[in-house]
Design a protein around this ligand. Structure first.
Ligand code: NIG
Ligand code: FE
Length: 417
């Protein structure tokens, strides 16, 4: 099956020589082709160019070819959302009301709410129930333009329930056209039963969870919530060392509420990404420079919890790359809308639209190890893209922050909406 999209007003984020990520000043550049076409064969981008140079596809018309006229519309590569917790049971709007009344995220967690609340509910849910709840979330983000998504465990907190979550994520992989990347986050919170015995919980993560997750090959990456009140730098080092023995590369929750040392420990263990970064100063920036670790900012959590906004502008000006992701989860960011994340990047973090687009496509693809195949329009890459509604410019995407600008979604070369 082939697909030709023609009369595209602007084809956005085109690469002739694909890069794995873009950093610093490079982030303000986006290549586009106006009045363009793109040709897709099977699940791959086969070629693209300007309408005035469009080849004669009539020969190919013997084979099955669908033609889409995108007059007045733009084509973007799908968003890559490199940080979510979108498999969860129920919702936590009651805590949200506590937050409105003045309790902080940490105070709610200390009372056994927060992640532990989600863990109790997850414990009671069957795999099938978790799938039933996750599928509409996946469907929703797909319709909003996401094409690849990372999903973490971390609401299990027992061996059985962590395995249950990861098995659910594995089953979801074949139930949707989205590309799903699984991450093991056994060290997300210390369960009440282990209060005062955190060391023993960390032992359990290392000695029981990690070997079983690895033996079923359930996760590509390993994550730790390295934060005061959650897991220390020492705990993090022990867990990462254990996970890396089984080939799971780190992706760390770091510096969300304090200068936790999470960035430094992430870089030390060559994490693929360090995420959140609200508390990032010169020392963290210095440490990230020259590393292979992608600083990943989660505007949804900062917005929803009323946190400091991470110094993304300063990071890019210092020469770093930046990725953006949704953090879709029931406690700190109950939305996976990457169009909103793109807008937040410009409005609250002062990224230029070009920088923001790089952050939600190629750099976020890098942050889940997918940027060879995803995150831009390049020959041979996966044909994951979307056609917008009629819009005047690509800057309109982050500008019109409240409306859905995506009209047609194409994943693996097929129109899914
Ligand atoms: O990334 N910070 C830790 N984990 C999630 C929140 C999880 C929850 O509150 O359920 C986050 O914000
Ligand atoms: Fe998170």
């Amino acid at each position: 099956m082939a697909l030709l999209i023609k009369n595209i007003r602007e084809l956005v984020q085109v690469e002739n020589k694909p890069k794995l990520k873009v950093s610093g000043k490079e982030m303000s550049k986006i290549k586009t082709i106006s009045d363009a076409w793109i040709y897709i064969e099977g699940d791959r981008i086969s070629d693209f160019g300007k309408m005035k140079d469009i080849p004669d596809f009539s020969k190919a018309w013997g084979m099955k070819m669908k033609v889409v006229d995108a007059s007045g519309r733009m084509v973007f590569p799908s968003f890559c959302d490199s940080h979510t917790h979108l498999v969860y049971a129920g919702s936590r709007e009651i805590e949200y009301i506590d937050k409105i009344k003045g309790l902080s995220y940490e105070e709610i967690a200390e009372r056994g709410g927060g992640i532990l609340n989600s863990a109790r509910r997850l414990h009671e849910a069957t795999e099938d129930e978790l799938i039933e709840q996750a599928l509409p979330r996946l469907q929703e983000i797909m319709m909003l333009g996401t094409g690849a998504v990372e999903i973490k465990s971390g609401y299990g907190l027992t061996v059985e329930d962590e395995l249950k979550m990861l098995r659910v994520i594995r089953r979801l992989k074949v139930m949707t056209p989205l590309t799903i990347v699984p991450t093991f986050l056994g060290a997300h919170a210390v369960p009440i039963e282990f209060k005062g015995r955190q060391h023993e919980f960390v032992d359990m993560v290392i000695n029981e969870m990690i070997p079983q997750v690895a033996s079923e090959d359930l996760a590509d990456y390993i994550d730790v919530f390295c934060e005061r009140g959650f897991f220390t730098v020492d705990d993090t080092e022990r867990i990462l060392t254990a996970g890396m023995k089984y080939g799971m590369r780190p992706k760390i929750h770091a510096n969300e509420m304090y200068h936790s040392g999470g960035v430094q420990v992430g870089v030390k263990y060559n994490a693929l990404s360090v995420d959140h970064l609200e508390y990032t100063g010169d020392a963290e920036i210095e440490c990230l420079l020259g590393s292979e670790t992608m600083p990943t900012i989660l505007p949804g959590a900062a917005f929803f919890l009323g946190l400091e906004y991470a110094p993304a502008r300063k990071m890019i000006d210092a020469g770093l790359p930046v990725a953006l992701a949704s953090d879709f989860n029931p406690g700190s960011s109950p939305s996976g809308n990457m169009q909103f994340i793109l807008a937040m990047a410009c409005i609250k973090y002062r990224l230029l639209p070009q920088e923001a687009i790089n952050a939600v496509t190629i750099n976020s693809a890098y942050a889940m190890g997918l940027s060879e195949e995803y995150g831009s329009i390049a020959v041979g890459k996966k044909a994951n893209l979307f056609i917008t509604k009629p819009i005047p410019s690509y800057e309109f995407m982050p500008y019109a922050y409240g409306s859905n600008k995506v009209e047609t979604v194409i994943l693996n070369g097929e129109v899914v909406k």
